[in-house]
Design a protein around this ligand. Structure first.
Ligand code: ADE
Ligand code: ZN
Length: 335
């Protein structure tokens, strides 16, 4: 089963590229750019990755992103992640990035997007991995700042499939960003939003009804509202669930308490994702393996989750069929 999971073709739909920055590369970029870090060793950095909640993680995560300065830095980070995808049989990935984390420090959007696009083009050609970029607005900043960011990104529209909403959830409801998302939809972007990670089920409902999202990121707190679950099942709105992240940030006390397989068995279109793998102790395969180890995920459930990851992706219909076919061939060949 472990080998079956590791080799299974899969897609990742919820990964913050800044959350893939491993301490080793963080030090290298810090040295290259003359940026001091409040740590002296990789071990010290890893020891600091002990979080009580979402905010305690975000504080350290935004600090880590300060080492990213040039187009080459964004290339190096993205390329490192895509090579890890290759090693884990992730054949399609949809990558979040937080432009405001960088533009607020005076880094140009052309460096951020340019580096990621170059890595992604290389990955398509050299690694056979397809990918999309999703630009997230930081919800702890104002809707005005999000609107300004959307406008700045319009020249790069062809590189960005959708917009999302992330950062501190509590006290920052989706409804605050209604106008920005309306404008994004009018410009042809798809929409997603983090909701129901720490925030209440009402935020999930707002994301669906006011932001017209095609997927909910996390969404695990939907289980507190049976009517909401029914709505998500009826409309087959995918949830991009991140098990290791949820346990690290104490959304669940331990993996054996996680509700992901119950959500899957309720008929929800659930997917497995890594969120911020450099911070949460594992990439996508480690998330699947945790479900096998602690929740007794069956082979059939693993296959269903992988199939969902392709079906919930923002690829075209033909590409989607090719991805699902790749999974089916794998399942057949492994007997
Ligand atoms: N940004 C990076 N990871 C996040 C998470 N888990 N929730 C909200 N914003 C994030
Ligand atoms: Zn996230």
């Amino acid at each position: 089963m472990i080998e079956f999971i590791e080799k299974m073709p899969k897609a990742e739909l919820h990964i913050h590229i800044e959350g893939s920055l491993e301490p080793e590369l963080m030090f290298e970029l810090g040295r290259r750019n003359g940026i001091d870090l409040p740590f002296t060793t990789v071990e010290e950095v890893r020891a600091a990755y002990r979080f009580d909640n979402l905010q305690s993680f975000l504080d350290i995560y935004y600090q880590g992103a300060n080492v990213l300065q040039t187009e080459q830095d964004f290339f190096d980070m993205t390329w490192a992640y895509l090579q890890r995808c290759r090693a884990r049989n992730i054949i399609h990935t949809e990558i979040f990035f937080d432009p405001q984390t960088h533009t607020d420090r005076g880094i140009g959007l052309e460096a951020v997007i340019g580096g990621m696009v170059r890595a992604r083009d290389d990955a398509r050609e050299k690694l056979g991995i397809s990918s999309r970029l999703i630009m997230c607005f930081l919800r702890h900043l104002s809707a005005g700042s999000a609107m300004e960011t959307l406008q700045q990104a319009l020249p790069y529209k062809k590189y960005i499939i959708g917009v999302g909403l992330d950062s501190s959830e509590a006290g920052h409801p989706p409804e605050d960003f209604r106008l920005v998302f309306e404008r994004a939809l009018a410009e042809g972007f798809l929409t997603v939003a983090h909701a129901g990670e720490e925030g209440p089920p009402a935020y999930i409902r707002q994301a669906v009804e006011l932001l017209h999202v095609s997927r909910i990121d996390h969404g695990v707190r939907c289980s507190e509202d049976a009517e909401l679950v029914k709505l998500l099942v009826d409309r087959q709105i995918p949830l991009t669930v991140c098990p290791l992240s949820n346990v690290k940030l104490r959304v669940f006390d331990k993996m054996s308490d996680h509700n992901i397989l119950n959500l899957l068995e309720s008929g929800l279109k659930v997917t497995v994702n890594s969120d911020d793998p450099a911070y949460f102790g594992g990439y996508l395969n480690e998330n699947y393996l945790a479900l096998y180890r602690d929740l007794n995920m069956t082979r059939e459930q693993a296959i269903r989750l992988a199939r969902n990851s392709f079906e919930a992706s923002f690829t075209g219909e033909q590409e989607k069929q090719a991805l699902v076919a790749c999974l089916e061939r794998y399942v057949q060949a492994s007997g």
